[in-house]
Design a binder for this molecule. Structure first.
Ligand SMILES: [Zn+2]
Length: 494
């Protein structure tokens, strides 16, 4: 058996790991590289393997950096089944179409404005719809067999709706033994609102673990509600308007759920709240269809007949229509608008910020990670004036930053998961930047169940082979095409 690392190796996007098991090839995740750099855009055009030779795809969750290349994989000739949980399938049905729509619009803009007649989307809405026909969704805790001699089971990852950690049992004919492999996908956190906690995988021979926050600790999520109530009450008292840039899937529903709890506990008074995004509206409808993913607190609320996402609340309105969105400009304070995109790089939130950022009575709640060079990051850093649609705006509104909301495990969560996973003979650290991978490896090497020499940080193109004693070695064979993606310059991590 071999494992070949391609995307999300020494990088956090473009997740793709390829298992060569007996005569089969099975792909773990198929995400898009994200970012504005030219090499990410070009890397998305290339699959560093023959897609027609892939027997099956196992998808950990619906985030685009894990699922976003699926329509292109299918367009290039992949015909195998795509296994995921039911909720992941439903989220992909809206998120892949949304990704296609954005690419179609971008290509149209480039053709027109940059006079480049060859500009094409990676895939179209039609391609995304076609890809959905290959999805085979399965329940959590239900074993399935994507190829002979291979069994897989999904368990809660606590990251986004439908997200899974994967437990694998592989009968490796080459060494005549059964291998227990675990893949974290993106590992979530305990005690996050809405979702059940991540399930611990045990007795593993191999662990492929994400490492996004291998070098960081998060603030406690438990303190968020009290701070939200305080900030909201102050803004409402001064007749301000509140704006919340939020990812359509996950963060929007978390905020709504916390607001609902605060209202129930009489910690905030009802006031008008608008969820202004077609994708957020559709995503919330899908959340409501999947109570199997919810934690006990949320189940209790539902048993009381309350809708956790406020679809039934008189003061909460979901907006799809553009004209209704524009009309919000005239709506009197106090009010709240929750809108996408999460980093303020696109979508309706930019219009709301342009119209309201100069009023000191208003409040902007930062509830998600803001990448460098995004409008969201400029607001976090209080850049003043701040450019929106090319025009300078005075940043007078109050800005409050919440660092506790991450949907990823922090260093403690990642170490704990790895340490309780048995005594794996190989740990592959993926889905992290070099700094995070380096710190995580050092800390992991100090854990009692883990040997530092068994920890590997794969570079794109690395292929690892298993030996008879279940230990691993780096093959001299390299996938040069994988290695050359993203600029191809990889110095060793010391
Ligand atoms: Zn994710």
């Amino acid at each position: 058996m071999k494992i070949e690392f391609s995307g999300a190796a020494r990088n956090v996007t473009g997740s793709k790991h390829l298992l060569h098991v007996n005569e089969h090839k099975i792909l773990l995740d198929c995400g898009l590289f994200q970012g504005r750099r030219r090499d990410s855009i070009e890397a998305n055009l290339i699959f560093p393997f023959d897609v027609t030779e892939i027997d099956a795809l196992i998808l950990s969750h619906a985030h685009i950096d894990h699922s976003g290349a699926i329509p292109l994989l299918v367009k290039r000739g992949f015909q195998g089944p795509i296994y995921c949980t039911h909720a992941t399938r439903d989220l992909c049905s809206i998120m892949l179409k949304d990704a296609a729509y954005i690419q179609e619009k971008d290509a149209e803009w480039i053709r027109k404005k940059l006079k480049d007649p060859k500009a094409e989307p990676l895939y179209t809405v039609e391609d995304a719809e076609k890809a959905m026909t290959l999805f085979r969704s399965v329940e959590y805790k239900q074993w399935f067999s994507p190829a002979s001699g291979v069994r897989v089971c999904f368990h809660d990852a606590g990251h986004i709706l439908g997200s899974a950690v994967e437990e694998w049992e592989i009968e490796d004919k080459d060494i005549g033994k059964t291998i227990r492999l675990g893949f974290t996908g993106d590992l979530g956190r305990k005690c996050l609102p809405i979702l059940r906690d991540p399930v611990q995988l045990e007795n593993l021979d191999i662990l492929i673990t994400e490492s996004t926050y291998g070098n960081r600790l998060h603030d406690e999520i438990e303190n968020v509600a009290a701070k939200l109530a305080k900030d909201i009450n102050a803004a409402v008292a001064r007749d301000g308007k509140i704006f919340v840039p939020a990812f359509s899937v996950g963060r929007t529903q978390e905020i709504l759920y916390i607001l609902r709890q605060l209202q129930e506990q009489k910690k905030i008074k009802p006031f008008p709240i608008f969820v202004d995004s077609p994708l957020s509206t559709s995503a919330t409808e899908i959340f409501a269809l999947h109570p199997e993913c919810f934690d006990e607190d949320l189940q209790k609320m539902m048993k009381k007949g309350l809708d956790p996402f406020c679809s039934d609340c008189a003061d909460v309105q979901y907006i799809r229509d553009v004209e209704e969105s524009k009309a919000l400009n005239q709506f009197p304070a106090p009010m709240m608008v929750i809108s996408a995109s999460g980093m303020c790089e696109a979508g309706r939130i930019r219009h709301h910020l342009a119209n309201n950022i100069e009023d000191e009575k208003n409040l902007i709640l930062i509830v998600g990670f803001m990448a460098e060079n995004t409008l969201g990051r400029k607001i976090v850093e209080k850049e003043n004036p701040v450019n929106i649609f090319g025009e300078p705006h005075e940043l007078n509104a109050q800005v409050e930053i919440y660092n506790a909301f991450s949907a990823h495990a922090d260093q403690t969560g990642l170490l704990d998961f790895a340490n309780k996973s048995g005594k794996p003979k190989a740990l592959f650290l993926v889905h992290g930047e070099d700094e995070s991978l380096h710190v995580f490896r050092e800390e992991l090497g100090k854990q009692k169940n883990i040997m530092k020499s068994d920890i590997f940080i794969p570079t794109p193109g690395d292929i690892f082979e298993i030996k008879k004693d279940k230990t691993w070695h780096l093959s001299s064979e390299v996938n040069e095409l994988s290695r050359s993606l993203l600029g191809g310059e990889w110095s060793p991590i010391e």
